[in-house]
Design a protein around this ligand. Sequence first.
Ligand code: SF4
Length: 347
Amino acid sequence: MNRIDKATALELLKTSYLLELGLMSDAVRKELHPEGTVTFVVDRNINYTNVCINKCTFCAFYREADSPDAYVLSREALFGKIDETIALGGTQILLQGGLHPDLDMEYYVELLQSIKDRYAINVHGFSPPEITYLAEKHSLTIRETLMTLKLAGLDSIPGGGAEVLSDRVREVLSPKKIKSSQWLKVMEEAHRKGMRTTATMMFGSIEGPEDIIEHLDAIRNLQDKTGGFTAFIPWSFQPGNTELLSKKKTIVPATAVDYLRILSLSRMYLDNFNNIQASWVTQGLKLAQVALRFGANDFGSTMIEENVVKAAGVSYRVSKEDIIQAIQHAGFKAAQRNTYYGIVRQF
Ligand code: SF4
């Protein structure tokens, strides 16, 4: 299949018949993954703090430092969570938090070292806003910050904080957050340091189709340069308990059809990405099954724990067995993978 340009992508997104998009993206998925396997990773989201100075309008998770339910996770609680993850066959922790004004590089280095001293587990952590905040706090370059974190034990980086890579959209959603170019810069530097990362997109708030194409184009261009992204994960804005919903009551959350259209288009546009994840955490297990015929080849994580989407009032709890069954009943082979998409176990 020839590379799709921006104008064609926009046309496809706006006017294509849904099932046509599904057939085209399913064909791309089959070409890339002819063996018919759908993978998932066993891991846990660990949010080391919910205190955040950014106060993004779409976020229901953050708290002010003096809020009664503000927290910084103790080491004891952290290790307890990792023990449970390993007992459940987990290979990775997703370690993310807010931008806490009192946590400095020493905290992050000790946190990583304390994990690596005890556990052989992949630390997938600190998305670009956290890394940029830390760099600015210590007047370091992004490269220096990444090197310090990598030496302390950071293995790979999640694609959080991308939302939509359009500064027009970010100005409304998260005016204090890093700009699109800064998000891309962290990812580029990480790839150049040999660290793999994911790319994400949160749609269904105030963006238009053009913004979505801009986002896909920006990450496709970076992937052409570095090849460092392992996967793309689109999900939809969950409006519950957010400032954005109270300010813009007219927002209509993305529907299942919107989700499938964007997922399909992503599979076709991102011709240099091997993996596209279905988001059962935001769409539920049943739509995630359907997503496997609309371009997705991975079920993401078992999410032994998840706090961010839950704070917006959306909580789908599923077990590893539920995921395996959902994959198999959708007509695919299920396999547990590691962070780098290596197969750990077939089912
Ligand atoms: S989305 Fe992240 S950066 Fe924004 S307020 Fe929530 S925790 Fe902070």
